[in-house]
Design a protein around this ligand. Structure first.
Ligand code: ZN
Length: 657
């Protein structure tokens, strides 16, 4: 190849490799296989080896560069790299916004809201379209020269179309996936694991050997642009994107009011699990750059921007005691009494410990310092015991050998202990909460707190008593004003008509969940039929196993329960299901697992039922189809094991169309 041709070929190769690099690392699109891209790079490398005078600093081959450094050079920032003040609540944020408003009383104040990455801040300087150096923040005035290492980061363009001298600021971060993979490797090699993604990003960039940095596969998100005199911060983001930098894209927003900031904050907090990087809040800046600079700097932080962090999902506190609750089915559940602590914006004083196996697994003692967190946003869990903080005064916990409520014996069944006394008062109170709950009688405004008051004041003795309450009975209870007493009575009266399935579910029979209740209602079509059913008949219903059949059979033969039903039927009108017309799914049993995009799981079940099919909760060899959505549970694995036909959402939607 003639030198002139070589030059043209080189330029084309570089442009193409760069295009794929941009598509893959900036746009997250994979337009070419790794092997194919490697082979392009290989060709480029061979040509450059032959014609070293043609190597340019922006060539993709220059990403992995030579020798380890002895030490980092210092680089003085031309414009100070400031850090941001943190706020954690809407209230604190409002305080900041009001201070800004006072300093800038005239005109509309627009905010730019973007992701707050948990990584390492970098400053990249380009001259004549080429990356000339990259530095860490350091103390804000002077950082360390990490140019060699930054060159290995695929999402940093080595060349840009802009020829002016510009400075790009952004964050070097690592995906959660890579973070976990690297820590796994560290562990394998008996090296220290990184505590968080920020430490890992910093540790990877402050490496004298760029090969280590390259192996860490860091990513770069740009958020500031100095040197182009953009009027708006949003304009800087636009310009950065055009120059080939990755920005927060769809997760960024111009907000015109405080409320818009709050809703953006909420949206990002909810999307957090889907974002592949660790983010710990949003950064809100005054969008108008002139106002931003007029607002100036206090200490090391600019007045015009703030980090609006997410409230932490984990916190540390002390376990003051472990108490045991008795549930509606008699299950004994140990509960940690915590020193009250704020998690995710609410004060928490209890955490579930599930069972004594869990306590043993955690090696938890009363008095321990612990990490507590909210996993599913409901009842917090104890995640970890900080044994390093023990004083020696901690006490072991033992599950009681008698029921803490009725003092009768308890028995272990699986991982749980049960109070076997069917008349245990604890059972009945929990059963009452269940009775009025949303999927049962759905009595609005009648929660555990009010039911407890009814019971404590002796207004009712069992759940049928609620149907006899009068407004005047409950009005004197201190916590209700006239109006809420009236509302409660109205919702109780409104709940007197109920479908058979809901009625069965409301009874709180052990092992009879919502789906089973629906199956039973469909099969028996009246309460009397169900009450009189023999064990054999119950056991022969599809989806109902021996354990459930036994539980049902025994429940309806218990004198107490018979009395309850008699009392309830004085007030309650049960709507029996109509005979279902056969549909295209008649005789087919479906189990749904994971999230569907087009509809909720309840909607999908209703659809299956409407077409004559039977939705079920458990996968067995009688299951015809398992519909698998996103993030499926163990049912998916079980279906595969049993060789059940698996449908994805598309196939399922086609079937129910
Ligand atoms: Zn008991």
């Amino acid at each position: 190849m003639a030198p002139k041709e070589v030059k043209v070929r080189l330029e084309k190769l570089k442009a193409l490799i760069d295009k794929y690099r941009h598509a893959y690392h900036v746009l997250n699109k994979s337009d070419i296989s790794d092997e194919a891209l490697d082979s392009l790079k290989h060709e480029l490398k061979k040509l450059e080896d032959k014609f070293p005078e043609l190597i340019t600093p922006d060539s993709p081959t220059q990403r992995v560069s030579g020798e380890p450094l002895k030490e980092f050079k210092k680089i003085k920032h031309s414009v100070k790299m400031l850090s941001l003040e943190d706020v954690f609540s809407a209230e604190e944020f409002s305080g900041w916004a009001e201070r800004i408003r006072k300093l800038e009383p005239s005109g509309a104040l627009e905010f730019y809201s973007e992701l707050k990455f948990d990584g390492l801040a970098l400053s990249l300087v380009y001259e004549d379209g080429v990356l000339v150096y990259a530095a860490t923040r350091g103390d804000g005035q002077t950082g360390e020269d990490v140019t060699q290492n930054v060159r290995t980061m695929e999402s940093v363009p080595l060349g840009i179309p802009e020829k002016k001298r510009i400075e790009v600021r952004g964050e070097a971060i690592i995906t959660n996936k890579n973070f976990n993979a690297i820590n796994k490797e560290q562990k394998k090699k008996d090296l220290k694991e990184y505590a968080n993604s920020r430490n890992l990003a910093a540790g990877s960039l402050r490496q004298l050997d760029p090969k280590i940095t390259a192996s860490r596969k860091l990513d770069f998100f740009a958020y500031d642009l100095i040197g182009l005199d953009e009027k708006l911060h949003s304009g800087e983001h636009g310009a950065l994107g055009e120059m080939g930098f990755k920005t927060g894209g769809a997760y960024e927003k111009i907000c015109r009011t405080k409320e818009e900031v709050f809703s953006h904050h909420k949206k990002i907090a909810e999307a957090r699990g889907k974002i592949p990087y660790n983010i710990d809040g949003i950064v809100v800046s005054v969008n108008d750059n002139r106002i931003f600079s007029r607002l100036g700097v206090v200490g090391k932080t600019p007045r015009g921007a703030i980090a609006f962090k997410f409230s932490p999902k984990e916190s540390t506190t002390a376990v003051l005691d472990i108490i045991v609750q008795v549930g509606r089915t008699g299950t004994l559940t140990p509960v940690a009494v915590l020193r009250p602590v704020d998690i995710g914006g609410v004060t928490v004083s209890r955490a579930t410990l599930h069972n004594d196996d869990e306590i043993n697994r955690l090696e938890l003692k009363i008095g321990d310092s612990v990490v507590v967190g909210r996993a599913g946003d409901v009842i917090p869990d104890v995640i970890k015991v900080l044994t390093e903080l023990r004083t020696g005064k901690e006490k072991n916990f033992h599950m009681p050998r008698v029921c803490p409520v009725c003092e009768k014996t308890v028995e272990k069944n699986g991982v749980n202990w049960f109070c076997v006394n069917k008349n245990c008062p604890a059972r009945h109170r929990e059963g009452m909460y269940h009775f009025v709950s949303r999927k049962a009688f759905n009595i609005d405004g009648l929660g555990p707190k009010i039911l407890n008051a009814f019971l404590d004041y002796g207004l009712i003795r069992d759940i049928s008593g609620i149907f006899e309450l009068k407004e005047g009975d409950i009005a004197p209870l201190e916590r209700f004003g006239e109006k809420s007493a009236e509302n409660i009575i109205r919702s109780i009266n409104g709940a007197k008509k109920i479908t058979l399935a809901r009625f069965i579910y409301a009874l709180g029979i052990l092992h009879v969940g919502e789906e089973t209740a629906i199956d039973l209602a469909e099969h028996f079509r009246s309460l009397t039929n169900l009450e009189n059913a023999e064990f054999e008949e119950l056991n022969n219903i599809p989806n109902i196993g021996g354990v459930v059949a036994k539980s049902l059979y025994e429940w309806f033969r218990e004198g107490r329960n018979k009395n309850l039903i008699t009392k309830l039927l004085k007030h309650v009108e049960i709507i029996n299901p109509k005979k279902r017309a056969p549909g295209k799914l008649t005789g087919k049993t479906f189990v749904l697992t994971g999230e569907l995009e087009a509809m909720s799981r309840d909607e999908a079940k209703a659809k299956v039922r409407e077409l004559g099919g039977d939705p079920s909760e458990t996968v067995s060899k009688n299951t015809d189809y398992v519909v698998v959505g996103a993030n499926p549970g163990s049912k998916y694995a079980r279906a595969q094991k049993l060789g059940i036909k698996i449908l994805d959402e598309k196939e399922f939607l086609k079937m129910i169309k």
